[in-house]
Design a protein around this ligand. Structure first.
Ligand SMILES: Nc1ncnc2c1ncn2[C@@H]1O[C@H](COP(=O)(O)OP(=O)(O)OP(=O)(O)O)[C@@H](O)[C@H]1O
Ligand SMILES: [Mg+2]
Length: 393
């Protein structure tokens, strides 16, 4: 039952407790109704046109494959129109890669001695679209055929929520905290779960992850290093993935720094406003001080890429465009060419904990969907190129 009478408690601790209790009940009831755990999230089907686009081929090519029997028929065929599940898309990629003359065309992931790519999205400016960008990248890359692991380093658990697990409601099983904690840590493979999105696994976050900050302070006094804990955990699952995407909290604490040490590339999402640029400048000043400390202790951190991603970009807003131009003039190709457009489609999808890859085009204003989707595709495409370049392709 939801309590709706005025809060009667008098001491501040009781008032706060009462507020938190009521919110907890409301969230749990609301979320379990709107989002029953049994009704776990599933991925929609993809039309033949979409799949042909994803593969960089034509509908005719797919039809020919089905007719000749080289490609399995999808389960759903409505009046001659085929619809594919994420798993079917993944299977077709494997088959097509096997017969392709161009290695990597259908499965662009690591080969031979290619190094695992660990991309961290970080900025201590809250709301700079770190989590939104992280989940769109995860979905884009997974749909392209990469084996992706999402690591949620934010105790708020936004990325976890996008992956279909409610961080507000206690969930079963381990989270990334269990791999990082100092006392009796769990092996990393036990802190990872598959998601409903084929090709994407998740190491989720819960509020308890914030304990890592306090525990680190205690263990540092005992001489136990914090910085390599995530990198060491990642090393144990290295072979299973092509790319790891790390979402970070809006702070520059030990969690973000552990991510920075594990990362091979860093993307700083930035909303083009003066306040955000000022805050990002401070963030980078602090970051460089930390990196210097690492270097002075003989622990150099080398990143293949350090790039800005302009988020919530509004080409019709002159002041923000001046900032975008300034950023490009100052940092050239360190600013990703494509931007994540400000779009009600992205915000609306996010309310449902979905990406542009999950929402159905026909359920939105088409032009709004198309603009948002192609902007996210363009960002994903550049990040994919960044990965391929790191592998010397
Ligand atoms: N391209 C976009 N268009 C419109 N709204 C967006 C876009 N990207 C993000 N948003 C909205 O902006 C808000 C902040 O985004 P998000 O949660 O990704 O930021 P964040 O940097 O992860 O925040 P935090 O610092 O709290 O972790 C969300 O409400 C999200 O839906
Ligand atoms: Mg976030």
């Amino acid at each position: 039952m939801l309590q709706t009478t005025p809060i009667a408690a008098t001491t501040q601790s009781h008032v706060t407790r009462e507020i938190s209790d009521r919110l907890q009940v409301a969230l749990t009831t609301h979320l379990t109704q709107a989002y029953s755990p049994e009704l776990s999230k599933t991925l929609r089907l993809f039309s033949a046109t979409e799949v042909a686009d994803l593969f960089g081929t034509t509908g005719q090519f797919l039809r020919k494959g089905h007719a000749e029997g080289s490609l399995p028929e999808p389960e759903v065929n409505k009046n001659g129109r085929r619809f594919y599940s994420g798993t079917e898309i993944k299977t077709m990629r494997q088959i097509l890669e096997g017969s392709s003359r161009k290695p990597g065309k259908y499965l662009p992931g690591r080969r031979d001695n290619d190094r695992l790519q660990v991309i961290q999205l970080m900025n201590f400016k809250g709301g700079s679209a770190k989590s939104t960008s992280a989940i769109h990248l995860c979905h884009y890359l997974a749909l392209q055929g990469y084996r992706v692991l999402a690591i949620d380093l934010d105790p708020q658990g936004s990325l976890t929520g996008f992956c279909g697990i409610q961080p507000e409601i206690e969930f079963e099983g381990n989270s990334i905290y269990d791999a990082l904690r100092y006392e009796d840590p769990a092996p990393m493979p036990e802190c990872i779960r598959a998601t409903y999105f084929p090709g994407l696994d998740l190491s989720p976050a819960q509020l308890i992850l914030s304990e890592f900050e306090t525990e680190t302070a205690v263990y540092a006094r005992k001489g136990v290093p914090f910085y390599n804990r995530l990198a060491n955990a990642i090393e144990t699952v290295e072979a299973d993935y092509d790319v790891i995407i790390i979402d970070s909290p809006p702070s520059l604490g030990f969690l973000t720094l552990a991510g920075l040490f594990a990362a091979t590339s860093v993307i700083v999402p930035l909303t083009p406003s003066m306040l955000d640029v000022a805050s990002t400048q401070q963030f980078l000043e602090m970051t460089s001080a930390y990196l210097e400390e690492f270097e002075n202790s003989g622990i150099p951190i080398v990143h293949d890429n350090f790039r800005f991603l302009i988020t919530r970009d509004d080409p019709s807003d002159t002041p923000s465009q001046q900032i975008v131009s300034l950023m490009r003039a100052l940092f050239q190709d360190r600013v990703i060419g494509a931007t994540a457009l400000r779009s009600t489609a992205i915000a609306d999808a996010a309310m449902l904990k979905m990406t542009m890859y999950e929402v159905v085009r026909s359920e939105m204003t088409r032009s709004t969907y198309d603009r948002a989707r192609s902007s996210m595709d363009a960002v994903g495409h550049e990040v994919s190129n960044m990965i391929q370049t790191a592998w010397g392709r």
